[in-house]
Design a protein around this ligand. Structure first.
Ligand code: NAP
Length: 543
């Protein structure tokens, strides 16, 4: 097509049909824009479509991990327990798509491979593996922060003669582990959640642990009679509290912090006897950063809390060697906190063995199983719970070419991802990234972050239309200042002290930089509103 005469097919292409993509489509349709959704999977749900591993469950209370965009959806959906399992979330996201009649806007089984900006026509050309091509005035990526699976760099991984499974692409119909010798490789959130469920089925489960993780009991439970109905009646209040919360999850805060009416004491100023007495009274909570005001900011205090955490593990896990191996070696709170249902207790089962890879690493996978420096393990099934190329992986796997044909992944190569507010990238006009790097995203309740981004993007596109303008792009100065601010906030925290996916440390060769914004969703929301209110400060708007 001749670029000068190129005409858009639609106003907006929306990439991804998880909660972000669906919310975006809904808001755009409300404002009368034409749009095309594109989704690689054969159904809606994103994270909850792909991560169907046994034990998968949300770690925020469901009344808060739900969309507030539609009163009908809110009033008509009933959550069955405090924190919904994956299957219920998948049913919910399908309910949302049907109730809001969004499916008709989406082309499924279609993977976007390239997006190319044409400056003359001020349009994006979006191309797919299946041969589609749409020209759009705007593109919104809603591709998820944890959606680009990582294949672990283990020799022989494809030589295994048994069944190989990945938590982040688990079979739709599940898998029956009964009578099988099973390995789970990886003890992040996915491995920790899967372990108790797989252990309850397998003949024997070997948990291959490279780094022990901090995990706490989820506290999930069924509703008391009438409890959910009462909450649903109070949704206005719940949403208001979520909006005011840095996490976008006020009930989590109430549960965790409300246990301590006065500001928590400093662990370093508390005698050991009293620390242990709190463990007796309060259990895991007393071994967390919530219980002490100095643990998140002072590395010595953090070490003291780690000792309490180790003591809690010793109280749960009968075998002293296993208990010692389960104690993490990095500061508490630097990686994503995990919540579980019966994780540590699982290691008291006769059919479960912890393989501590610090005592001898994996050498290779063979046809029969896994060979390590500490011996060979014969297996029928290997489940990899080895994580994602987080925050940037899904964007970088698309050839996104902006001004001058510059590839986004190359622009992000040297210094890590650079974006203004995590919403837009200099040199890539009219391309919005829902929960992009530099936004609060993964440090918050994703539903709240998604809704905030979607509303901001919808308003920005609406503003351009009303003003008769064609293009919006952040200035380099504004982007640089925002990236500096994100780094400065991170430097006040202990986050950069661990090799986490927040830092890109789990991907060989990836630049190590703390990617999300740690200043809180409430503060971030105000900043975004100010930017828009000041005529899109830090952006160049052009005809
Ligand atoms: P992850 O946190 O990145 O954990 C990956 C695990 O695999 C780590 O234990 C890692 O060890 C291990 N690993 C990677 N490569 C390995 C290798 N070659 N050999 C041995 N072990 C290896 O991934 P994830 O568990 O999928 O979780 C990712 C994120 O998704 C979470 O942090 C969370 O934000 C989200 N998530 C949330 C939920 C929930 O909220 N309910 C559930 C699942 C996931 P090292 O630590 O040593 O690298």
């Amino acid at each position: 097509m001749d670029a000068v005469t190129a005409r858009p097919d639609v106003d907006v292409v929306v990439v991804g049909a998880g909660f972000g993509g669906l919310t975006m489509l809904y808001r755009l349709r409300e404002r009368g824009f034409s749009m095309q959704g594109v989704e690689a999977g054969d159904g809606v749900g994103g994270t909850w479509f792909w991560n169907r591993y046994p034990g998968a469950r949300v770690d925020v209370q469901s009344v808060e991990y739900s969309l507030s965009i539609s009163k009908e959806v809110q009033d008509e959906w009933t959550w069955s327990e405090l924190m919904a399992p994956q299957a219920e979330l998948e049913r919910y996201v399908n309910f949302v798509a049907d109730r809001l009649d969004l499916r008709r806007h989406i082309k499924f089984n279609t993977r976007v491979t390239a997006m190319t900006w044409d400056a003359k026509s001020a349009t994006w050309l979006v191309e797919t593996e299946q041969g589609d091509a749409w020209r759009a005035r705007f593109v919104v990526t809603a591709v998820g922060c944890l959606s680009a699976p990582l294949e672990p760099a283990i020799e022989g991984i494809h030589d295994f003669a048994g069944v190989t499974l990945y938590t982040n692409r688990f079979p739709k119909d599940g898998f029956d582990f009964t009578g099988k010798r099973v390995a789970i490789v990886g003890t992040g959130s996915s491995g920790v959640q899967a372990t108790p469920v797989v252990a309850s089925q397998a003949k024997h489960l070997y948990v291959f642990q490279r780094s022990a993780a901090y995990t706490m009991p989820a506290g999930n439970r069924p509703w008391a009679p009438g409890e959910f109905e009462a909450l649903r009646e109070n949704y206005d209040e719940i949403r208001a509290a979520q909006h005011a919360s840095p996490l976008g999850a006020a009930r989590f805060g109430a549960v965790a912090i409300g246990a301590f009416r006065t500001p928590p004491p400093k662990i370093l100023e508390t005698p050991m006897e009293e620390r242990l007495a709190r463990l007796d009274r309060e259990g895991w909570l007393a071994a967390s950063a919530f219980a002490w005001s100095d643990v998140a900011v002072d590395i010595e205090a953090n070490r003291a809390a780690q000792q309490l955490y180790a003591e809690m593990i010793r109280r749960q896990v009968k075998d002293p060697e296993t208990a010692a191996s389960l104690v993490p070696h990095y500061p508490m709170g630097c990686k994503r906190p995990i919540i579980d249902i019966g994780y540590f207790e699982t290691f008291n089962r006769d059919n479960v063995t912890l393989v501590d890879l610090r005592k001898g690493a994996i050498r290779r996978v063979t046809a029969e199983g896994i060979e390590t420096e500490q011996g060979k393990f014969g297996l029928d099934v290997i489940v990899y719970a080895t994580g994602f190329d987080a925050m940037t992986g899904s964007l970088n796997r698309i050839d996104i070419r902006g001004l001058g044909g510059r590839l986004m992944r190359e622009a992000w190569l040297a210094d890590g991802p650079r974006a203004y507010l995590g919403l837009m990238v200099a040199g890539f006009p009219n391309l919005f990234t829902i929960t992009g790097p530099g936004s609060p995203s993964v440090l918050t309740n994703m539903m709240m972050s998604i809704e905030q981004h979607v509303d901001w993007v919808t308003d920005a596109i609406g503003h351009l239309n009303e003003a008769g303008l064609n293009a919006i792009e952040p200035t380099r100065q504004a982007q640089d200042a925002w990236v500096d601010h994100v780094n400065e906030i991170a430097s006040y925290t202990l986050f950069p002290k661990a090799n986490s996916w927040y830092m890109g440390a789990n991907v060989p060769g990836k630049t190590r930089v703390f990617m999300p914004y740690a200043g809180g969703l409430d503060v971030y929301r105000v900043k975004c509103d100010q930017v828009a209110g000041n005529g899109y400060e830090g952006f160049t708007l052009s005809a």
